[in-house]
Ligand binder design. Structure first.
Ligand code: SF4
Ligand code: SF4
Length: 473
């Protein structure tokens, strides 16, 4: 438990924690602004290449089409999600649920194996912050060292930085929107006045504002306090997961390098860490990796690059900070075969099989018959019993479909459609009002079994069943 003690009993009633609570919090509770120093090394080079590839992918993805359909389109108003060219319709709840559970399990498995590599290497938050917004900041404000201590920067430079940020955020907000509305609709909107489409414009403005807030102000707080994936690390990692770790056996006791003043001068025996602090000032979340595994570590590997530069300068072996695992650090044998790495793939296999089975069994069209609210039945002038129902048809193919429907049971019952032509456009759902008119003798104890045969132009058919309501014979 953290003990609180007064900062200064005479002057301040504020209580101060005995230890550092958050890497981005000053002891008086104010925000500690981080300006991490860039450490150029081989890992930064790899991350940079990956980041720019990912930015390019994120930008072009909405433009890519497979068989005339978008590669990805999350059409929320139409309740249709297209992923890898396959469209999940509102009736595909089971498929979508299986897909999402599979996605979640894949994340669990990936994290168990590779720790937070996603956070430091591929998450859009880190990619855009570290490889787009931060370089622009360094360009306008110079490289500021010692994580958090600002140097005086001309106000025109700060203003210019925000102008560039704003342009980038507008562009990113439009890219983001393209995933939800598609590039065709978006390019129409971009060329029209905002007054012609005020709601999409308001959404774009809100996303721009959210991005400005994130990349200008919130920054590393997204990883530290807002992102649920970050918060779940403690349960997702195990002893063998990949982590960034400091080799304590080799580094400690740490101490500044000292030169011998004379041959007889006895220097203390120190580890390889010269306590230069470079691994701390380069850290984008402001932590000291030498304190051990921390939830704030996003595996960005900047501390590895920073320390390797120092080790090279002082002529020592690299990798005092390196990729490791808790098992490896405590001298235990690492194993790829463990409960989680067996259970997760098995579950994933089950999920993939279930997805495939549901997918292969899914039909070319869905048909549902439902009762309309209101009177259970009415009598026609001829004394026949009329039930008012609705027939909901979903065309799951990419071609228009025509349907016919006939009553198979009860005998002599007739189906009357509200429309002459039962035609449905590709990937559309339409509801038709229908009347079933049946002779009164079809009913027994107020009920009669209804069976409707619905068939499309390719003779694919479904039989729909329902209980008709009628007189109590
Ligand atoms: S960069 Fe390396 S040598 Fe410097 S303080 Fe960190 S661990 Fe020690
Ligand atoms: S401790 Fe190292 S790997 Fe972790 S976030 Fe900081 S710099 Fe990145």
């Amino acid at each position: 438990m953290i003990e609180l003690k007064p900062i200064n009993k005479m002057s301040s009633p504020i209580l101060q924690p005995e230890e550092h609570v958050l890497s981005t919090l000053e002891s008086d509770g104010s925000r500690r602004w981080l300006k991490p120093k860039l450490s150029k090394g081989v890992l930064l080079f790899r991350r940079r290449v990956l980041a720019y590839v990912l930015i390019a992918i994120f930008t072009v993805l909405p433009f890519i089409k497979i068989g005339g359909k978008p590669f990805i389109l999350l059409d929320i108003p139409a309740r249709e999600f297209t992923v890898f060219g396959f469209t999940f319709l509102p009736t595909d709840t089971v498929l979508l649920a299986i897909f999402l559970v599979g996605l979640l399990l894949s994340v669990f498995l990936f994290t168990t194996l590779f720790g937070r590599v996603w956070c430091g290497w591929a998450c859009p938050q880190t990619v855009y912050m570290e490889f787009l917004f931060r370089p622009i900041e360094r360009l306008f404000e110079g490289t500021v060292g010692r994580g958090g201590h600002k140097k005086k920067v001309a106000s025109w430079r700060v203003a210019a930085k925000y102008v560039v940020y704003f342009v980038l955020c507008v562009y990113l907000a439009n890219t983001f929107l393209a995933y939800f509305v598609g590039v065709d609709r978006l390019s129409q909107w971009v060329t029209q006045s905002p007054l012609e489409h005020p709601i999409p414009f308001a959404i774009m403005a809100a996303v721009t504002f959210a991005m400005m807030f994130d990349f200008c102000y919130f920054r590393e707080q997204m990883c530290l306090i807002a992102c649920p994936y970050g918060r779940f690390q403690s349960v997702l990692l195990d002893q063998n997961s990949l982590i960034v770790a400091y080799d304590e056996n080799r580094g400690e006791p740490r101490g500044k390098l000292k030169k011998k003043k004379s041959q007889t001068d006895a220097l203390p025996i120190l580890g390889d860490c010269i306590n230069c602090g470079n691994c701390v000032t380069t850290c984008p979340t402001g932590i000291d990796i030498r304190d051990g595994l921390q939830m704030e570590c996003i595996n960005c590997t900047q501390c590895i690059d920073a320390c390797n530069i120092v080790m090279e300068k002082i002529g020592r072996e690299p990798d005092l900070i390196r990729f490791s695992s808790q098992a490896k650090d405590s001298g235990k044998a690492s194993s790829l075969l463990r409960a989680r790495t067996v259970i997760y793939p098995l579950l994933l296999l089950g999920i993939a099989s279930a997805f495939l089975a549901v997918f292969l069994l899914s039909k070319t069209f869905d048909a549902v018959v439902l009762r309309e609210p209101g009177n259970p039945y009415t009598r026609t002038d001829e004394g026949q019993i009329r039930n008012i129902l609705k027939l909901k048809l979903t065309n799951r193919t990419d071609e228009a479909m025509e349907f016919t429907a006939v009553v198979q049971q009860p005998a002599n019952a007739v189906l009357q459609f509200s429309e002459d032509e039962v035609k449905i456009a590709p990937r559309e759902t339409k509801t038709f009002h229908i009347n079933i008119v049946a002779p009164p003798e079809s009913f027994e104890l107020g009920r009669a079994n209804l069976e409707i045969l619905v068939q499309n132009q390719n003779q694919v058919s479904r039989t729909l069943k329902l209980k008709l309501i009628g007189p109590y014979n």
